[in-house]
Ligand binder design. Structure first.
Ligand SMILES: [Mn+2]
Length: 360
């Protein structure tokens, strides 16, 4: 799997006339090498592939990355820079490409100083990311497992929710349910109840759940590095007609967006499908204050973006979220999100958690 990716990566280097590339982004490192630890860097040229890390990770890198030469650097910076310089000299690279979106300015300055007279630095935009855009069958299988585990965690938390518990209680139990699935949490769990629901990224608080409230939960299981992302808004007690109608509206907006999903579609048109629907039905479009969704995989947010301006084009085997919401200050909010697989003719949702309003 790694060898296939490296083959494609080397073709990209060739296409862009790149002699050697220095990779710092964690997800890109994992994608290209299989390494799951921290504090590592890749040096990739057609002649040589090295993973550079410190002695805490040497053994792990050796186990995880059979396709790489493992180089241990000692004194953090000086030694790391020396290693990179030597690699450039060894492969006779006059130019070293780096990830302009991910390398800090300080790191750049130090690298430039160390490589003075040896190689110049070439900033490049997304390269590994272009390979990650469409997922392989192996990646899709891992995402299916992450999503199945997430469904189980959701079923679990629904049994726990009742008036009297706090948002923090729900977040803690949800985290426990995720860990019980043998997964990590994809990101900091969001639990927003009642009026807190108008904050799209609310932090779980000590607020006590009472009857008559929505609870929005945004969470996911991360399995083998792959991030599931789900949002369900449930209700405690019996909803009023207005509450029911608003929920149905968000759900219908999600369905509008999903019916626009398929390979070849420009992302902003999918966003518009949900946004226009909400604008036309009750003028809720202005309360949908974020983009419709995002790609997901080794990163929780990756390509492609589904928002008002995104010109990116969906392709089969892209994995994206669809997550319209409405946020009404003083009232609360509703968001419903699925992670879906793009196919030639449409999409497939990777979750089976119910979409109809659950009243607990
Ligand atoms: Mn999301």
């Amino acid at each position: 799997m790694i060898q296939e990716r490296l083959k494609s990566f080397n073709e990209l280097l060739k296409k862009h006339d790149i002699e050697a590339m220095f990779i710092v982004n964690k997800a890109n490192i994992r994608y290209l090498s299989g390494y799951t630890g921290d504090d590592a860097f890749l040096f990739i040229s057609p002649q040589r592939r090295a993973l550079i890390t410190d002695s805490r990770y040497t053994e792990q890198a050796g186990r995880e990355c059979p396709d790489y030469e493992i180089i241990t650097h000692h004194n953090p910076e000086a030694s790391l820079m020396k290693v990179v310089k030597q690699l450039c000299l060894d492969v006779r690279a006059k130019q070293l490409a780096f990830e302009r979106n991910h390398l800090s300015y300080l790191f750049f300055a130090k690298l430039q100083e160390a490589l003075a007279g040896t190689a110049s630095l070439l900033p490049v935009g997304e390269l590994t990311e272009t390979l990650r855009y469409r997922k392989s069958p192996e990646e899709i299988a891992l995402m299916r497992q992450a999503c199945a585990a997430t469904d189980k965690a959701f079923a679990q938390i629904c049994k726990y929710i009742r008036p009297g518990v706090t948002e923090k209680d729900i977040a803690r139990e949800l985290l426990y349910a995720i860990l019980c699935q043998g997964c990590d949490s994809s990101f900091q769990i969001i639990v927003a109840s009642g009026i807190n629901g108008s904050l799209p990224h609310a932090i779980p608080s000590d607020k006590i759940i009472t009857s008559g409230e929505f609870i929005t939960m945004d969470f996911g299981c991360c399995y083998e590095g792959y991030h599931a992302d789900i949002t369900r808004t449930v209700f405690v007690g019996i909803p009023t007609n207005e509450q029911k109608e608003r929920y149905e509206l968000v759900l219908a907006a999600k369905q509008q967006a999903e019916s626009a999903l398929k390979s070849g579609v420009v992302c902003k048109t999918v966003d518009a499908a949900a946004r226009d629907f909400l604008t036309q039905h009750g003028g809720y479009g202005e309360y949908f204050c974020h983009g419709l969704g995002h790609g997901v995989g080794l990163d929780i947010h990756e390509n492609p973006s589904l928002n008002r301006i995104s010109e990116q084009v969906l392709q089969s085997n892209c994995l994206v979220t669809v997550e319209p919401g409405i946020y009404l200050p003083g009232w609360g909010g509703i968001r419903i999100e699925d992670t879906v697989l793009i196919t030639d003719n449409g999409y497939e949702s990777l979750f089976s958690s119910p979409l109809e309003l659950l009243c607990l």
